[in-house]
Design a protein around this ligand. Sequence first.
Ligand code: MG
Length: 282
Amino acid sequence: MTLSESALGADWIGACRDAVAGLHTVLAEAPASRERVVETGTRGEGGDHTLVIDRDAERAVFAQLDALHSAGHRFTAVSEERGEVDYGGGAVRVVIDPIDGSLNAKRLMGHYALSIAVADGPTMADVAFGFVHDFGSGEEWSATRGGGAWLDGVRLDPALPERRGRDGKLELLGVEQADPQWIAASLDGLTTSARRLRVVGAIAVSLCQVAAARLDGMVTLRRCRAVDAAAGQLIVREAGGFVAFPGVGDPLAAPLDVAPHAPVVAARTAATLAQLAGIPRA
Ligand SMILES: [Mg+2]
């Protein structure tokens, strides 16, 4: 076994659960919105203003990565605030959003999540493990490549169907990056595709809703970053759904780095995926 294979075989779900415990502490120390709106004064690698809770959440995750590295595992971390961090190189990439849905976390609204993906190559197709912990619902979502997707220890049924109304439109479509001007730019495509929209406000969590067929599909209205989508996209695919990153060539060719490359689209059927991928964007 090579070192990089050994890194893939580390106890990732254990590390993720320990990171969740660390994030619970960070969030408990900033229980109110007035504490959660405090910014560090810097911007993350993704370009957003970094909140103190983002920074502290990332520290909690990196404490777990430090421990895995000390135990002999080699990998490269890709995280929302710190960017790429070398833990000895090799092919394994660990793609982290310490808090997906920071705006929800800051405003104490609904869903926000820790998202961690582990890959043995450079693209979305190479993700071998995905983990999303939703601090709003308390739900733990995970998937292993070829091993199915799991919600709180129960395997998700890959045969779950989509729902469409009598008019043929999807019953419920998730929309992320819901800036009104971007909704306006995609309005015709959204109107012909869906009866109702839901804006969760966290890409990883929206993807998980498609995995469980609570949403019939989801779209981002702009290019997303790998840290937002890497874990959730595996969870959707292992739960029988379909995912594409339109505009990067192969549907899953989006790179696992810090730059935004492509929107992400997910659905329960290949036909719906193609329909949603074709919605024009700003
Ligand atoms: Mg974040």
